[in-house]
Design a protein. Structure first.
Length: 232
């Protein structure tokens, strides 16, 4: 039975008292609590395994930041608890860290979320959850794949190809995904985002199409912790 197929039986199980995520501020520790594996060794060959990796990565990176996990992921606590119970039933965790459950949705977040919801290509809760989570993480300052806790841009592209295919297929030139979202929003509303008609002639070309490589946030935090002799 796949992880997601356990939903009906798992969703009815009450969340047991467990250590707060605040006690697991290292993202790799959170990821291991959820999946039983280090993020660098995550199997992603099957679609279920890949979805589990994506969801665990988002939770892990969000748990390293200040504020309730609900605010950092864009999901209200009942939805977040349901996600964890469905996908990570052996790691039932406290999902509410106090304070306001969710933050007010800004216009930018709502527009990106609605764009994703309108372009879903998978049924069920997962696509809806990911639309909320991706939109929330998109307002963070780094590359989107980094702020989702993923290991590289290719994993983000696979996520979007899988769950938001009608939107992803429109990014024919490999534009950076945040830039692409905003370009699609402008075009759908009849606006022109750029004054230069040809991208290659634009002085901001690197901001839209430059490389998106580098070390993932989870790997970087683990390396820094190891260098400081802090257990992870």
């Amino acid at each position: 039975m796949t992880i997601a197929a356990q939903a009906d039986s798992v969703d009815r199980r009450p969340l047991a008292p467990t250590p707060s995520l605040r006690a697991l501020r290292d993202g790799c520790s959170v990821y291991r609590r959820l999946t039983g594996r280090d993020p660098g060794n995550a199997p992603i060959e099957s679609e279920d395994d890949f979805d589990a990796h994506v969801l665990a990565s988002i939770l892990a990176v969000a748990a390293t930041e200040d504020g309730p996990l609900c605010q950092r992921t864009g999901l209200a606590s009942p939805e977040l608890a349901r996600l964890i119970a469905r996908w990570f039933p052996c790691a039932l965790m406290e999902v509410h860290a106090g304070g306001q459950d969710t933050m007010p949705d800004g216009d930018e977040l709502v527009m990106v979320r609605d764009l994703l919801l309108a372009n879903r290509s998978t049924d069920g809760d997962e696509g809806r959850w990911l639309a909320h989570m991706v939109a929330r993480r998109a307002i963070e300052p780094s590359h989107l794949w980094e702020d989702l806790g993923l290991r590289n841009r290719a994993e983000l592209s696979r996520l979007l190809d899988r769950h938001f295919a009608p939107l992803a297929v429109r990014n024919t030139r490999g534009m950076r995904w945040k830039r692409f979202f905003y370009r699609m929003l402008c075009e759908d509303d009849g606006f022109v985002m750029c004054t230069t008609p040809v991208c290659t002639d634009c002085c901001d070309f690197e901001n839209c199409f430059g490389e998106e490589d580098g070390e993932s946030r989870l790997a970087r935090r683990r390396r820094d912790a190891a260098a400081s002799s802090v257990p992870v």
